[in-house]
Design a protein around this ligand. Structure first.
Ligand SMILES: *Cc1c(COP(=O)(O)O)cnc(C)c1O
Length: 367
């Protein structure tokens, strides 16, 4: 089975992990600090905090921005953690429709703003950065915070600047399917000292260290920490991230040209103006094939192509229906009906991608 995405671990990664395992400190040591330093440098952001997942980093970011009892405008085309963590912070997600590329549509945001709106949470769908300038302009006019769930997008750029230092808080995921991995893991990047300090307290029990054995607990908190072994893997993977991105970009470019003008689906990668991590390579089924999407999915899976659908709109889930009733946003529905993610990852060699591409067109001819 060729998955739509997977981790790529090599000898140098294993060596770093083994070295970290032999260190006296397995958690809360220097390797974690070193990984945070490397991340903030890579993204040109003042502060970086690593977490045991992007989900907990999202929780901490929302908490640090005091979103309790507020409304937060966000995209329904995401992994559910984006909004689950809003609910966990007693904030109400308000779903905004998307554009043709799967990202939130800034033009649709303003009509959703109310007196209770406190923030916008965007997702860089598939790795393509959202339109940061437009979102920032809205945030400035209406005094809102801007949180970027960039779980897909470490290494992506917007106007030749790395994603990570551009929003009030940016979250990355290091889950194995994401552009680089720490097994499980996530990060929060920010230029705000206040967000950094609050998120750090939330990460570790609300504990503020003093001297000797003295410490104070100044708010509630969790254990959301990444350990030293994961951080060692993160440092090793981050060094190779530019290469990983180049590999995925080469595959994406190949797919763009191979699939140009085919009768079954369109592609969206060729319209990216800036470097994308290409976490997903998205194809959009033509309208005549959309009613047969389950058949397509099954046929592909049976033939060793681990295609996946990103995503079922969050408001489709029963938990959300029970909370917010039936919601249907036209562009989100259209995207969901059409989208399929095909294998594109940094462990994939170009000759394998060629075989996959041929197989895809062959299988479509059988539907
Ligand atoms: C993967 C993902 C998450 C959750 O990441 P974890 O590290 O698994 O917690 C959150 N948001 C988006 C958009 C994701 O793709």
């Amino acid at each position: 089975m060729q998955p739509y995405s997977t981790q790529f671990l090599q000898e140098d990664d294993f060596l770093e992990v083994i070295t970290a395992l032999k260190n006296p400190l397995l958690t809360q040591g220097n390797v974690t600090l070193e990984f945070e330093k490397a991340l903030s440098k890579f993204c040109n952001a003042k502060y970086a905090l690593v977490f045991n997942s992007a989900t907990s980093a999202l929780y901490a970011a929302y908490n640090a921005l005091n979103l309790e009892n507020s409304e937060v405008i966000t995209t329904p085309l995401s992994f559910v953690a984006t909004t689950n963590m809003l609910l966990q912070n007693h904030a109400t997600p308000v779903f905004c429709d998307i554009k043709q590329d799967g990202n939130i549509n800034p033009e649709k945001i303003i009509p959703l703003i109310t007196k209770k709106t406190k923030a916008i949470v965007s997702v860089d769908y598939g790795g393509k950065s959202v339109d940061i300038d437009s979102i920032k302009a809205i945030c400035k006019d209406y005094n809102l915070s801007f949180i970027s769930d960039s779980s897909h997008a470490i290494g992506s750029e917007y106007k030749n600047q790395k994603v990570g230092g551009l929003a009030d808080a940016t979250i990355f995921s290091f889950h194995p399917v994401k552009p680089m991995t720490t097994l499980e893991g996530g990060a929060l990047l920010t230029n705000s000292k206040a967000i950094y300090e609050k998120a750090k307290l939330v990460r570790s029990h609300g504990v503020m260290k003093k001297n000797l054995w003295h410490y104070d607990v100044i708010c509630n908190g969790f254990n959301f920490r990444m350990n030293e072994v994961q951080a060692a893997l993160g440092i090793s993977q981050l060094k190779k991230l530019p290469h990983f991105i180049q590999v995925r970009e080469n595959i994406a470019k190949f797919y763009d040209s191979f699939f140009a003008n085919n009768p079954y689906f369109t592609t969206i990668h060729q319209n990216n103006p800036y470097i994308s991590s290409n976490h997903l390579y998205t194809i959009l089924l033509n309208p005549t094939l959309q009613p047969k999407k389950e058949e397509v999915f099954q046929l592909f899976q049976e033939n060793g192509l681990g295609v996946q659908v990103h995503y079922k709109p969050i408001y489709h889930f029963s938990y959300y229906k029970n909370l917010f009733g039936n919601i249907s946003l036209p562009q989100t529905e259209a995207f969901y009906n059409a989208t399929l993610s095909i294998p594109c990852h940094h462990k994939l060699e170009l000759h394998q991608a060629e075989k996959i591409a041929q197989k895809i067109l062959y299988l479509f001819s059988k539907i």
